[in-house]
Every structure is written in structure tokens, then in C-alpha cells.
Design a protein around this ligand. Structure first.
Ligand code: FAD
Length: 402
């Protein structure tokens, strides 16, 4: 019986466990957090990612948990709408609001529930030492427990620590010069099911989105050349955002107050992961740890689901398994890592004039005449991949809840 340790219980990890379990592989997932992390905003499932969800039998559950976002309004610093894109303006959900929008935490929950009966979960632990002897990978967890597995898969996100124990990853993260924070705030009577994007001078922005939990999701972002804000503690990061956004009216005071009370606050410097190899011996990377394309790409979740599917199809396939996984995924990843022209600067202009120009372009782009053209620039390249048919691609289990 092949045994696989997967490190990281978010999107890529549990999705991989699902496909491995179906081949009779014994899977264990270790997650550093004491319980499943449910924070984050809505993420899109598009193209091949949506197809993997369908093959896993979770598409109905994902649809049922959808945020119901009706579209995106671009507003100025007083809340005046400058342009809007409705979700149903675009064929097949290919506009800025995808057909399948689900909170990251809800998707992680669905994935974990799907494998809970067949996968061993170790929450509140992590790999402290790892040794690949060519036949097995021996790990020592932070808790002191020692275990051995046939393979170890790292799905710990962009800033994976275990990756550092195995790979030379000093230059792996390419910063996009931007920080983003995600958190949940109370919903008020004036909130609608539309998302609102507000660009501000100083390369700052606020993104507010509806959710399916009776609350609202907020994201502050700012661009800067300064490094190291990831290393601040949560209260330091909240203080930094209060300093950077306290000069604005409209919804900003309410969002700042909500941020102070939020217990799911998540802050990160955005970047992309570029590595020459995604495997070493019997250890392999999947998801953001291998090839993060950044939230700006709109492809993180789709890449994770597709990567998990492809890796599972190769892992049990003998020699050359990881080379085949990489050869299949690389072109899709390369495409996904090409960000829309000018991103992320274009939506985060430096000057007041730049913000006015951006809002002017949005007003034109959202008019009926050029909307279809605009969708070519706003739609990620999710369709540019045909899922290989692996032996594990047998018809999915019945849909959850049926
Ligand atoms: C809390 C959170 C909120 C997010 N919010 C958004 C969002 O709003 N929009 C967006 O586009 N993307 C968001 N992301 C990123 C998004 O989930 C990923 O881009 C994408 O889905 C790829 O997922 P992944 O499974 O590869 O990695 P991630 O989603 O980054 O998950 C990595 C997992 O590994 C765990 N982990 C980290 N280090 C270790 C370790 N040493 N040992 C064990 N476990 C470890 C983490 O706790 C996490 O659960 C968020 C990620 C997290 C963790």
C-alpha cells in the first residue's frame, strides 16, 4: 500500500488526497494551524478547475455555497459608481465575476469533508525534519512524532517552510510589490450582493465582496517597494493599514473598525513562485508552493485543483512520474502566471490623475459596446488546458448532499 504525507490542508492538499484515495493510496494530511483555516475572500473556479470540481462530484456543493455575487461596481472615494460589470454580462461566467464564486474557506471545508473518512488529519503539527533515503521519506514532526512515508507532497502555500528544507528556494518568490489583507466585517442594511472596487491615489485599493454567511468580505491592498511587512505581527499589520487608509471617507472608517474586530485577518505580500523543479527525489510540490500565480491571476484555485488531479494521476505511475506531472502542468502554469497587461499597477495608480484615468477607462470598458473586448483582458486563461484522462478518472462519486 503506497503511503503519502501531504503537508497543508487548504485547496491543493485535500484535492490531491481525494484523487489518491480513489487509487487505494493511504493519505495523511498535516496542517500547521490547529484547525481548518476558513478565512479569505471569494475565489473563482474556472475552466479546467471547474471541470476537476465536477469530476470530484463537488460542483453542486460548490454552487450551493456560492457567494451569489451579482457583479462588480467600480467606485470612487465617495462611493460614486464609475462603471459596473454584471456577472451575467459575460458568456459562461468568463467576466470579472466568475460563474462559480465561492469563499476560499467554504471550498476548503467542502474538500476536507469529502476526504475526511479516508484521510488521516494531523492538525496543529508540521514537518520539522525530513530525510529522503531513496526508498522512503522519514519525517520528524514539530510534535516530536516520527513517521515514514513513500512520498511527501508539499502544499503549504507560497511561503512554504518545508520547501526550504528540501529545495534551494532562496529566489523562488518574485514579489509583485503589493500587500493585501483579507478579513470579514459585519454586513449592514445598505450592503448589496455586488462587489465594490475602489482605487485610491497612493497605489491603494479596497475590495468589498458579498458572502453567503450574512457578513461582508473586505480586502485592503497597497503597492510599495518596502519589504518585510509580512513579518509584522497581526496588530502591527492592522496598525499599518489604519495609518494607510484613515484619510478616506465613504465605507473606509467602517471597514477599518471591522478590521480591528476581525478574527480571520490574513495579510500577505503578493508574489509568484517560480522554481526550476517541482520535485526532488520522493518529495514533490503542488499548488501555490510550486507555482503560485498570485490572487491577481484569478487562477490560484484552478491551478491547485488541476495540479492535484494531474499529480495524482502520475504519482502511482512509476519512473518519470514527477517529470510527466511537470511536463503536463508547466505550459498551463506559464500561461496563468502571465498577468493581465499592466497588472497590478493599472488598478492601483499612484496619482490622483491616474485614479481618474483608471475610473474613466472602466466607465468606457463597462459600456455595452466594448464589454466583450474588455472580457478578453479580464478573463484568466482557465480554458487553455485539457485535462488528461488518467486511470483514476473514473466517474465521480454521487454529488455531495444527493
Ligand atoms: C487563510 C487563507 C486565506 C486566503 N485568502 C485568499 C483570497 O481571499 N483570495 C485568493 O485569491 N487567495 C487566497 N488565499 C490563497 C489561496 O488559497 C491559494 O492561492 C490557492 O487556493 C492555492 O492553494 P494551496 O492549497 O496551494 O495553498 P494555500 O491556500 O496557501 O494553503 C496552504 C495551507 O498550508 C498550511 N501550511 C503552511 N505552512 C505549513 C507547514 N509548514 N506545515 C503544515 N501546513 C502548513 C496553511 O496553513 C494553509 O492551510 C488564501 C490562503 C489562505 C491560507
Amino acid at each position: 500500500m503506497t503511503t503519502v504525507l501531504i503537508s497543508g490542508a487548504s485547496i491543493a492538499g485535500p484535492a490531491l488526497a481525494y484523487w489518491l484515495n480513489r487509487q487505494g493510496v493511504t493519505t495523511t494530511i498535516v496542517e500547521r494551524a490547529p484547525e481548518l483555516r476558513t478565512g479569505g475572500q471569494a475565489i473563482d473556479l474556472r475552466g479546467a478547475g471547474r471541470e476537476v470540481a465536477r469530476r470530484m462530484g463537488i460542483e453542486d456543493a460548490v454552487r450551493a455555497a456560492g457567494t451569489g455575487e451579482k457583479g462588480i461596481e467600480f467606485v470612487d472615494a465617495t462611493g460614486k459608481v464609475k462603471g459596473a460589470f454584471a456577472a451575467d454580462d459575460f458568456a459562461d461566467g468568463n467576466g470579472p465575476t466568475a460563474e462559480l464564486e465561492i469563499l476560499r474557506g467554504d471550498l476548503a471545508r467542502i474538500l476536507v469533508d469529502t476526504v475526511a473518512d479516508d484521510t488521516e488529519f494531523l492538525f496543529g503539527d508540521s514537518i520539522a525534519e525530513i530525510d529522503d533515503d531513496g526508498d522512503q521519506v522519514h519525517v520528524v514532526f514539530a510534535s516530536g512524532i516520527r513517521r515514514s512515508f513513500d512520498f511527501v507532497v508539499i502544499s503549504e502555500g507560497m511561503r512554504s517552510r518545508t520547501r526550504r528544507l528540501v529545495f534551494d528556494d532562496a529566489d523562488a518568490i518574485r514579489s509583485l510589490g503589493m500587500y493585501t489583507s483579507y478579513f470579514t466585517i459585519p454586513r449592514t442594511e445598505t450592503d448589496t450582493d455586488w462587489a465594490a472596487w475602489c482605487s485610491l491615489p497612493g497605489s491603494r485599493s479596497l475590495f468589498l465582496r458579498p458572502d453567503s454567511h450574512g457578513t461582508r468580505r473586505a480586502a485592503f491592498s497597497f503597492m510599495t517597494d518596502e519589504q518585510g511587512f509580512d513579518d509584522l505581527d497581526t496588530s502591527g499589520q492592522k496598525k499599518l493599514l489604519r495609518q494607510r487608509f484613515s484619510d478616506v471617507g465613504w465605507e473606509f472608517p467602517r471597514v477599518l473598525d471591522g478590521m480591528d474586530d476581525a478574527d480571520d485577518f490574513y495579510f500577505e505580500g503578493l508574489g509568484q513562485v517560480k522554481l526550476p523543479n517541482w520535485s526532488k527525489g520522493r518529495v514533490v510540490l503542488v499548488g501555490d508552493s510550486a507555482y503560485c500565480a498570485s490572487p491577481i491571476s484569478g487562477m490560484g484555485t484552478s491551478l491547485s485543483l488541476v495540479g492535484a488531479y494531474v499529480l495524482a494521476g502520475e504519482l502511482t505511475g512509476g519512473d518519470g512520474r514527477f517529470a510527466r506531472y511537470e511536463a503536463t502542468m508547466r505550459p498551463y502554469v506559464d500561461e496563468a502566471q502571465k498577468l493581465p497587461p499592466g497588472a497590478p499597477r493599472i488598478a492601483n495608480p499612484k496619482s490622483r490623475l491616474g485614479v481618474r484615468l483608471f475610473n474613466g477607462v472602466i466607465a468606457i470598458a463597462s459600456s455595452g459596446l466594448v464589454r466583450t473586448l474588455a472580457s478578453r483582458f479580464t478573463s484568466p486563461p482557465a480554458e487553455k488546458f485539457t485535462l488528461p484522462d488518467h486511470p483514476h478518472n473514473v466517474p465521480a462519486r454521487p454529488q455531495l448532499g444527493t
